[in-house]
Design a protein around this ligand. Structure first.
Ligand code: ATP
Length: 333
């Protein structure tokens, strides 16, 4: 459903240029519920804003369903935002009108689009467990209840895609669980594709797939692995391997426990990101030595004394030739 390739976003201010996305590749299948994680400033919100049609990419490719996000006209963009996508922010203030009731808030975007549908608005509020608070003004609702109204609003245009930026960021953990439960139900029962940007690793543990973004590029993926869901995980692996030029090469214990398998993302031309902690542990700076034994690739610091490095001595004479202490390796295929 979502396909990004070589996606670049550059923010230019008076004197500074920030490259927020540096050629990002990502494919998200229709009906997936997935999370994007990453450090502050890694480009998560930039990506979400581009997918939501709130910001334009500088270069590359980005499409959602039939929509090409780089080539859309103004009219198409309005139509895209009305018909395809729903947005949920951590900050409810952007979604809600405080002096209207919960029901009026959900009806408002329908009215703006000339598609008033009170029955559907009530159905949505029931779906998020607020049937008893429909007539309450927003100011009378708790933060978690307001967030659930925001979810109902995001669904009011019957979107195929819901984008949620830190949806559990300002609620307690019990309410967070409840919100994720609602997402899961909407995803399973209505087939809505859900993309959640989060810092919260407990959110990440409850989705089908987690993609980590580092420095504006996808770096690592975790795909849900459940014993009763083994076949689907294998199908996911197959589709991931072919969809966006991404090849999955490494598997190890998951950061989210036994429920997800971890992969490093390798792009079409063979680039991958090695975690900084590994590079530090290996004392690799700028250059490394790769070895391939027919099945696995090993990487380590340049060894000036080795035959390999002697033949390329002029290239690396200024490199620190520390001893190889460790190696990142991945199984091919
Ligand atoms: N409008 C803007 N103008 C200039 N720079 C921007 C703008 N928006 C984002 N950036 C920069 O782009 C980079 C990526 O920002 P982004 O908000 O996407 O990160 P993030 O991963 O969502 O961070 P956080 O988790 O803190 O929200 C950062 O360096 C940020 O300072």
């Amino acid at each position: 459903m979502i396909h990004c390739e070589g996606l670049v976003k550059i923010f230019k201010t008076d004197e500074i240029e920030v490259v927020a996305l540096q050629g990002l590749n990502m494919t998200i299948e229709q009906g997936e519920m997935m999370a994007i994680i990453g450090n502050s400033g890694s480009g998560k919100s930039t990506l979400l804003n581009i997918l939501g049609g709130l910001d334009k990419p500088s270069a590359g490719q980005a499409s959602v369903g039939k929509w090409d996000l780089l080539k859309m006209t103004k009219e198409q963009l309005i139509e895209y935002k009305r018909s395809t996508v729903g947005f949920i922010w951590q900050n409810n203030g952007r979604n809600l009108v405080p002096y209207l009731t919960a029901l009026q808030n959900v009806e408002l975007p329908m009215l703006i689009q000339g598609k008033a549908d009170r029955a559907y608005a009530k159905q949505l509020l029931s779906a998020v467990g607020l049937e008893h608070r429909m007539k309450s003004r927003l100011a009378q609702l708790s933060g978690g209840e307001q967030q659930r109204v925001a979810i109902a609003i995001a669904l009011s245009n019957r979107p195929q895609l819901v984008l949620a930026d830190e949806p559990t960021g300002s609620v307690d953990s019990a309410t967070g669980e409840q919100i994720l439960g609602i997402f899961r139900r909407l995803n399973r029962e209505m087939g809505v594709t859900i993309v959640i940007v989060t810092h919260d690793l407990s959110v990440a543990g409850k989705v089908d797939r987690v993609v980590a973004i580092r420095d504006g590029l996808t770096s690592t993926e975790w795909v849900r692995r459940e014993s009763d869901d083994e076949e689907r995980v294998h199908a996911d692996k197959a589709s991931l391997a072919g969809t966006d030029g991404t090849v999955i090469v490494a598997s190890s214990d998951s950061a989210f426990g036994a429920r997800h398998e971890e992969y490093v993302v390798v792009d079409r031309v063979g680039r991958l990101q090695i975690p900084k902690a590994y590079l530090d542990a290996m004392n690799v700076q700028g250059k490394a030595v790769l070895e391939f034994d027919g099945k696995r690739v090993s990487i380590g610091p340049p060894e000036v004394a080795s035959a390999t490095m002697t033949s390329a001595k002029s290239d690396c004479s200024s490199e620190d030739g520390g001893e190889r202490t460790n190696g990142a390796s991945g199984e091919s295929g």
